[in-house]
Every structure is written in C-alpha cells, then in structure tokens.
Design a protein around this ligand. Structure first.
Ligand SMILES: [Zn+2]
Ligand SMILES: [Zn+2]
Length: 358
C-alpha cells in the first residue's frame, strides 16, 4: 500500500513538473490575455461610485525616493478629473492607478518650485495622445504658469512633429497638443477664490504661506457634500486652515525638522557644506508633522493624509519617528500618504474609504 502511494506521489510530481515546463508558455499566454481583457482600454473609474475620489500619484518630495514620486494628487469628481501638481514620476503612477485621463478637465499647480511640475510635460503629452484631446489641457496656476507651460511646449515641439507625422493628424490632433495656462490672481486682501464651478464641482484656490515663494496656493475641492483640501507647500497657514474648514480629507505637506537637521549635520560632517546649508534653509518654509496635525485639528478635518514627505520615509519602522507628536495633536484619522493610495468619498455618504491601487 505504501509503495503504491509512493509511486502515485512520484507520478504526480512528474506530471506537475512536466506541466510547469511544457505549460509555461500556455500559462504566460493566459496571464497576458487576462491582463489585456481586464485592463487595456477599460475605464477603471467606471466601477467607482458617484463621489469624490483622490488618487495619490506622488507622495514624495524632491529628495530621491525609491517608492514615492514627486508631489501629485489627482481627483475624480463625478465625471470630471483634475490633477493637482505633477511631480517627477507621478504621471506614470497615475496612469498605472487607472486614472481616467480622457476625463481630465484641467491641471492645477500649487506653485512654481520645479519639483511640483517636473512631470507636467509628461502629463500634457499623455492628456494629448492618451486622452485624444482636441484642445490643450488648461493648466491653472500662479503668475508665471504661462512661462512654464510655454517653455514645456517649446521643449516638446520636436516630439510633437514626430508623433503627428507617424500617427497622422486624425489620430493625434495637432490642436490638442500642450497646455493652456490660466493664471490665478487672487485679489489683494482675498485669501481664496473659486476657480472652477461646473456641474456641481467647485474648486477653490487658497493663498498659503511658502514665503519667500509667492504666490503659493492650496486648493479645496467640493462635490455633492464631500470635500478635499490640498495644502501644496506651506507652513502652518491660517488662511488654508480657514478655507479647509470641515473637509473630509486634508492633504498636508510635512517635513520633519529634526530628521532634516540630522541630514544636514551628516552632510556638513562629510564636507558637503552647500547641501548642508540647504537642509537648514528648507526648514523655514515647510510644515512639520505636528504643524500639519494642528492644521487639520483647527480646520476640523475628518482625516489627515501627510504627503510631500521630507525626508523620505522608506520603511514603516521610521514612520513613528517621522510623525513624532503629530498623532496627539489631531483627533481624526492620520495617515502617511503612499503612492497608489486611493481615497473614496461616496456622494451622499459619510464614509472615507482608503485603498491602494497597486
Ligand atoms: Zn515649494
Ligand atoms: Zn515642494
């Protein structure tokens, strides 16, 4: 009996081995076909409930980070999609998340530090080619946004010619190339202004404090009773906290001063004096995790998601050190953003649903 079982076991192992060797290609074909069926040309957002959905396409900063792209938060509100900042590497993450690029209505820049727009060229290209646009993507931002958009379009002229010549003007429409800068000029004395109001989606630009960089903006997005606020780069800002009053989710930048100081000290010790000085300089125009927690508490936000994390937080073990006393300063749900994070706020509901698209 034992010998018989042994023989059966051996035959089973051989059959499985044969299947794995001979069936590898068949399995690979099946897996590829399945990926084609489930993802290519499929609007992943169609399955989402009506509401506000935030896509964390970039939770990092200018510092090199293996897992976090430069700052980028995209929002789907009903059938309208928007992208707030486009840091380096973020647009690939955004598309990987199933963001519906053909629904993109506009991009919004918080300010013109390059780490907030060094993926904008890629966004404009993807919106044009991947989004089959027949008009440039509006890019809203502070004074100087026209120079940034104009410069990128100049840089992409040669590429534009290649693509139209190769695919034809009926496929990549020349008139859909690039961006159309829309300058946001908050009147003196005003700390906020509505910059988009259509089909129930209202976007408010908010003056924040990133001095000496001025103007710098944050944004609030409202749709069917649900709301998000995005700080951009700022210190603890009374105007931002006031405009973000009662939001479901606040995205706030965060820089851990002690950790950045330690980075600076190490750089100085190793003779990198210029880089060490930069570590000192950047501390005065960013918010600490505790500042961000106080901001969310002041605004009465239900959840706080820290992004634009400086320095990088590569492993979970360091998260607690990064947060420091922040959890004690905020009563709501406090999280560190990570690329691929999605936050859904169904219309007519109260839930804040976190998931990860990767
Ligand atoms: Zn900045
Ligand atoms: Zn920044």
């Amino acid at each position: 009996m034992r010998g018989k079982l042994g023989r059966l076991f051996a035959i089973g192992v051989i059959l499985i081995g044969l299947f794995l060797v001979l069936g590898r290609d068949w399995l690979a074909d099946r897996a590829f076909q399945r990926a084609l069926d489930t993802s290519v040309g499929v609007d992943q957002s169609a399955a989402l409930p009506d509401g506000l959905h935030a896509y964390v396409c970039g939770s990092g900063s200018p510092m090199p980070d293996a897992t976090r792209a430069g700052p980028c938060i995209a929002v789907l509100a009903g059938q309208q999609a928007f992208i707030f900042d486009a840091g380096s590497g973020s647009i690939r993450k955004l598309l990987r998340m199933g963001f519906p690029i053909p629904k993109a209505q506009a991009a919004f820049l918080t300010h013109l530090h390059s780490d907030h727009f060094d993926g904008l060229g890629e966004l404009l290209l993807q919106a044009w080619v991947g989004g089959s646009r027949s008009a440039p993507l509006p890019v809203h931002g502070p004074q100087g946004t026209d120079q940034v958009v104009g410069g990128l379009m100049q840089a992409y002229q040669i590429d534009k010619g290649y693509r139209i010549a190769h695919h034809g003007a009926a496929i990549v429409r020349p008139e859909g190339f690039g961006g159309a800068a829309q300058i946001i000029d908050l009147p003196a004395g005003a700390n906020s202004a509505v910059v988009h109001d259509r089909d129930g989606v209202r976007i408010t630009a908010i003056r924040v404090d990133h001095a000496p960089i001025s103007p710098a903006l944050g944004y609030r997005i409202d749709y069917k009773g649900r709301s998000l606020a995005i700080s951009g780069d700022t210190v603890f800002s009374a105007s931002f906290n006031a405009a973000a009053k009662g939001v479901d989710v606040m995205f706030h930048e965060a820089l851990n001063m002690e950790m950045v100081a330690a980075l600076g000290a190490k750089l100085a010790e190793r003779g990198r004096k210029d880089s060490a000085q930069i570590m000192t300089d950047i501390q005065n125009y960013h918010a600490s995790p505790v500042d961000a927690a106080r901001a969310a508490q002041t605004a009465g936000a239900k959840a706080l998601v820290l992004y634009h994390l400086v320095p990088p937080v590569p492993v979970r073990l360091i998260e607690r050190k990064f947060l420091g006393d922040a959890p004690a300063a905020f009563d709501g749900d406090l999280r560190l953003a990570e690329d691929g994070m999605m936050i859904s706020l169904p219309a007519g509901g109260k839930s804040i649903d976190f998931s990860n698209a990767f």
